[in-house]
Design a protein around this ligand. Structure first.
Ligand code: ATP
Ligand code: MG
Length: 530
């Protein structure tokens, strides 16, 4: 009998995954998963942390071999394997974890393995840098990367710009299927819109886009379909036009969880005016060249101070100065009245400062240690009591507590954290921060990559920490998150504080959310082009 499955695939189906299964030690990452994406369609791939999204992407991109199942591209079962085969078949991927080579220039990263050669006779052919540069210059400019930045090494840029470079890299080539694994995480509104514009125009040119996101509200008006994964299995495919955030959450987590989408925001508790409250952190006239210019800020007991601003405004730079990760050129920092002169982050932890870094891979996880070790690593005193065995037991118990609370998906808290999915690693780093019982906690994009269900739990932990008197500084590119969690917001621009908004919880309660939001946006952008 003829194999019907091959002949019935119509030409409009660009890519299919059929019965894909992948086991790791103790984990079934994918269990007969399927996906069908048409040409000229934006197809969202949804699911909670650890549902199997990145694993399927890695299989489609040729990085991982499935145990069984097949990938069908334009009606043909892909027989060649490996990332180069996938690339030359027209599959481009923006991975969840950045994969740029830090020492190479932006341009070299974009053209890595696909350099344009000079059309001269005679060998060897030199790469034609001028042509490569002129071909990507306009695209790069759209993502805020200038022509001179194209020549700088990637290591000189922050996480936001690195992500833009990844995106440029994927968009720069003739692509039939573009896969984006959480491309907007850490991007601010304007940059998201630029990216979405590019996604739309690629769709209109017939490209198929596979898009992983935890920001479900982003899908509406942009994605055409969504396929939902749960525990490695395909739950179903829905049309975005006829679904809702609530329905999607129901598919992702089961009907009982639908409330997460219903705007269940546990409001931050009111904070009495800061007069009379103990100042925990006091920074005065902090500067670092022209990147941070004369910033003073106090954080009080029980207070969450948000830092708002556009990319490059200097928010991450300020907290890096506080943590002693960069040297300040002027200013002082006091923690509970004691002058700090920190030289590295372990000194900061000892002094009572903890930070959740924006770049998990670089500063956060210790990939080869276990989840339990990663959670307790910065607070060894809390687990290292009566001898080694005892402390191991405490370490495990502690990790188990956080595993339950945040739903960290791992077969065993003693298993290597590097094997966890992106969002689950992030949850463990969040747990670590709380666990150090610091005097001041700094959060830089705390819910990056975390699914909607765990996001509610992380927010609850942040609020609980403040309610018990903890002090915190928060950076969040998603302005809704920033306003929902902060008592007070400082707006930064070009390394300076250009405005302050106080009394946020009360204002939100009185229904002024939209007004504060536009105030923050206006302050952030004011005179941007002057
Ligand atoms: N190399 C590996 N070794 C062991 N287990 C792995 C490995 N890679 C993935 N897993 C497991 O497979 C499951 C699926 O992970 P995957 O990264 O595909 O999830 P995801 O849907 O992308 O999640 P997230 O939203 O957090 O990024 C997880 O339980 C993860 O721990
Ligand atoms: Mg993932």
């Amino acid at each position: 009998m003829a194999d019907l499955s091959k002949s019935i695939s119509t030409t409009s189906v660009a890519l299919q995954a059929r019965g894909v299964t992948k086991h790791y030690e103790g984990v079934t990452a994918l269990d007969h998963a399927s996906l069908s994406v048409e040409a000229g369609e934006i197809h969202a791939l949804l699911g909670g942390n650890g549902a199997g999204k990145s694993t399927l992407i890695s299989i489609i991109s040729g990085l991982t071999k499935p145990d069984s199942g097949e990938i069908v591209l334009a009606g043909e079962v892909m027989s060649a394997s490996g990332p180069l085969a996938a690339m030359s078949a027209g599959i481009s991927t923006i991975y969840q974890e950045l994969s740029l080579v830090p020492a190479l220039s932006v341009l070299d990263n974009i053209y890595l393995g696909r350099e344009l050669k000079r059309k001269t006779l005679g060998l060897p052919l030199a790469s034609d840098r001028r042509r490569m540069e002129s071909e990507v210059r306009d695209l790069a400019a759209g993502f805020g990367v200038t022509a001179s930045e194209l020549r700088q090494p990637v290591s000189e840029f922050g996480a936001l710009k690195k992500r833009s470079i990844e995106i440029i890299k994927a968009l720069a080539f003739d692509t039939k299927v573009l896969i984006l694994d959480e491309p907007t995480s850490g991007l601010e509104d304007a940059e998201r819109q630029v990216l979405f514009g590019h996604m739309r125009s690629m769709r209109d040119r017939g490209v198929s886009l596979i898009w992983v996101t935890h920001h479900l509200e982003e899908l509406f008006g942009l994605a055409d379909k969504a396929t939902v994964f749960k525990d490695g299995r395909t739950v179903g495919t829905v049309d975005i036009a006829s679904t809702s955030v609530g329905e999607l959450i129901g598919l992702m987590f089961g009907a009982a969880q639908e409330e997460f989408g219903g705007g269940d925001i546990r409001k931050i508790t009111h904070l009495e005016p800061s007069t009379g409250r103990r100042v925990v952190l006091s920074a005065k006239n902090l500067s670092r060249g022209s990147v941070v210019r004369d910033i003073s800020l106090d954080v009080h007991e029980g207070e969450i101070v948000g830092l708002a601003g556009l990319a490059g405004a200097g928010r991450t730079e300020v907290v890096r100065l506080l943590m002693g990760l960069d040297a300040r050129t002027a200013g002082t920092v006091e923690l509970e009245g004691r002058r700090l002169s920190l030289r590295n982050s372990s000194a900061a932890y000892r002094a009572g400062l903890a930070m959740l870094p924006e770049d998990r891979k670089q500063l956060g996880i210790l990939a080869d240690l276990s989840t339990a070790q990663n959670i307790s690593i910065s607070s060894l005193s809390t687990v290292a009591s009566a001898g080694f065995w005892m402390s191991r037991r405490k370490e495990r118990a502690l990790a188990e507590d956080y595993r339950r609370q945040l739903g960290i998906k791992t077969p065993d808290v003693d298993a290597r954290i590097g094997n966890l999915s992106g969002g689950n690693q992030q949850k463990a780093i969040v747990a670590r921060c709380f666990n150090t019982s610091p005097k001041l906690l700094i959060f830089d994009e705390p819910t990056q990559g975390i699914d909607v269900s765990a996001k509610v739990e992380v927010h609850a932990l942040v609020r609980d920490y403040a309610a018990k008197g903890g002090a915190a500084i928060l950076i969040a590119s998603e302005i809704e998150e920033l306003l929902e969690l902060s008592h007070r917001v400082l707006v930064m621009k070009k390394g300076q504080v250009v405005g302050e908004i106080t009394g946020i919880p009360a204002a939100i309660e009185e229904g002024h959310f939209a007004r504060i939001k536009s105030e923050v946006l206006t302050l952030s952008a004011a005179g941007q082009n002057s």
